[in-house]
Design a protein around this ligand. Structure first.
Ligand SMILES: Nc1ncnc2c1ncn2[C@@H]1O[C@H](COP(=O)(O)OP(=O)(O)O)[C@@H](O)[C@H]1O
Ligand SMILES: [Mg+2]
Length: 338
């Protein structure tokens, strides 16, 4: 159980001046400014939950996670994880959490993974029985056998990330933090990482805090998502609710028969008929985003069939990605025909 109440972190940073002169004057200056990275965040996370923590760059995700892991001291507010304050009880706390920071490694570069795991076992003082049991579980979930003998530096990024993720679970922590675990990976590897995370959560009941820019990670793994923007939580609920709140959007993609009707004409006809609240047309691939709160997609389709000549058409739900983008944009649906 994680309880966060009114958590705030403010950094004091030097107000840098430009150029060489500025750099020299910075050496002597006491001109500081304050950056509030996390601003009055309150959130409760249940045991065993996988929660997605998303937000644009610089929103405060990593800073929140650093405070939850005990690396950073909050400026104010409180965090209690399994009855402990992470910063004040750092040593005990670290034994009870696992961390993967997308681009940094907890494995030893030149050691075979097998040896890295042994070192981690010692650091975390994992009992033999627990260690063996976990290794068995990991082997069932990933083909570790083929990786065990390999030094980390000889691995592909994907292989390394699989090892990083299982390494974070090696000491059976109650909470695991995954900060961008799929960054830079190709689609197939992302799938295996997601699969692995899901299975580990199911088998071990571990609470998982996941940040990712890839909303597919969030969509496949989390029931709940918290969105942070400029240090403040602006949404915290189920993904279902998120999609509903921002209306139901469908996208129609059209390949017009341009001998008969130009894209510009079609765009004008559609905009005139349905208005800017109902549809948004993207000129690049001629996709039509329909806001079903305003007009049923059926009506738009009927109009297209009736009025426009086209070679091909397909339709898709608007995914989490677009919904989140709308939230960053301030929740307003900007409608503009191109
Ligand atoms: N150690 C630090 N010193 C000063 N400012 C920082 C520090 N760490 C983060 N920040 C600032 O705090 C804000 C939030 O950063 P961060 O938590 O890393 O965002 P995110 O992980 O969501 O991209 C940013 O404006 C960032 O520049
Ligand atoms: Mg970050």
């Amino acid at each position: 159980m994680i309880e966060i109440e009114h958590l705030t972190k403010t950094f004091k940073v030097l107000n840098r001046k430009e150029g060489l002169k500025g750099a020299i004057s910075d050496l002597f200056s006491r001109d500081y400014k304050y950056v509030t990275a996390v601003n009055d965040v309150s959130i409760h996370i249940n045991k065993g939950e996988i929660i997605g923590y998303v937000g644009p760059n610089g929103a405060g995700k990593s800073t929140t996670i650093k405070m939850m892991t005990g690396i950073l001291q909050p400026s104010s507010g409180k965090i209690i994880i399994d009855g402990r304050n992470p910063y004040d009880n750092r040593n005990e706390h670290l034994k009870d959490i696992g961390v993967v920071f997308g681009q940094r490694s907890q494995l030893w570069w030149s050691l075979p993974v097998r040896e890295s795991f042994k070192v981690l076992k010692e650091i975390y003082m994992v009992e033999d029985a627990v260690y063996q049991e976990n290794l068995k579980l990991f082997e069932r979930l990933v083909d570790l056998e083929s990786l065990y003998g390999k030094p980390v530096r000889q691995m592909s990024l994907g292989q390394r990330m699989l090892c990083e993720v299982v390494a974070a679970f090696l000491h059976s922590p109650s909470v695991v933090f995954l900060d961008e675990p799929t960054i830079g990976l190709d689609v197939a590897v992302k799938d295996s990482i997601r699969n692995l995370i899901k299975k580990l959560n199911e088998e071990k009941g571990t609470t998982i805090i996941l940040t990712s820019h890839d909303t597919k990670d969030i969509e496949t793994l989390c029931q709940r998502v918290a969105i942070i923007d400029k240090g403040t939580i602006i949404f915290d609920n189920s993904i279902e609710h998120l999609k509903e709140m921002f209306g139901k959007y469908r996208t129609i993609r059209l390949k017009l028969n341009t001998d008969i009707v130009t894209y510009e004409t079609a765009a004008n006809m559609l905009s005139e008929k349905f208005g800017q609240n109902a549809i948004k047309i993207n000129g690049e691939d001629f996709s039509i985003e329909v806001n079903e709160k305003v007009v049923p997609v059926k009506q738009v389709l009927a109009f297209i069939m009736d009025a426009l000549s086209f070679d091909d058409m397909n339709m898709e739900d608007v995914g989490l990605e677009e919904v989140i983008k709308k939230i960053y944009e301030g929740g307003a649906v900007h409608v503009k025909a191109v």
